[in-house]
Design a binder for this molecule. Sequence first.
Ligand code: C5P
Length: 221
Amino acid sequence: FYHKILDGQHWVVTAGPTVEAIDPVRYLANRSSGKMGYAVAEMAAKAGAKVTLVSGPVCLPAPFGVDRISVESATSMLQAVKEAVTDDAIFVSCAAVADYRPKKVASEKMKKTGDDGLVMELMQNPDILKWVASESRAFCVGFAAETQNVSEYAKAKMERKGITMICANDVSRCDIGFSCDDNELQVYYRDKNDVKQKAIGPASKQLVAEQLIQLIEKVRQ
Ligand code: C5P
């Protein structure tokens, strides 16, 4: 694997959560640890690729040899991806991008008023993966964190986003997925008019990343 199979390639990987500001001290976020995306970036760099890792806020060091761009919101992640992605790139979208953000960001810390609850209006974030799939010629790999009907939802998502490959993982299981060091993927990919499937893991996220990279290489050929 370390025989530089990705020499000369450019990989762009997104990882971690996005955080969406409510006011200067509060935000909406999710439980993504960034471990899967960091493992893909690390292993792609080890295999010889030039890697740009666009990362939301996580507690992980940048993998050796990887160019990390740190962002916070989905909007800033999209901007960074637009600048990084090239037509010859392999784009692996591991980030858990927030679907919605507060419509208004308060410029001062919001104060509690009276005894009532609070209604906050949200608006949709841009879909970064969909943008790359439609606006560039990069080879796109998505991730689908599901808690039910994993295979059905994953295949539908591959169609909807116009991508060649999607990695589904069942985040309802506590031994794999979010925050864990291990993962298990059901990978679906287009092969002419067919959709094929390959299971990877359960194994460490590094080993899963290594096998995913090998599969991407095979499918791209
Ligand atoms: O639609 P859903 O969020 O389940 O799709 C998951 C895939 O889409 C992941 O690869 C994720 O990184 C990507 N995504 C994105 N921008 C969004 C939402 C999801 O790039 N706004």
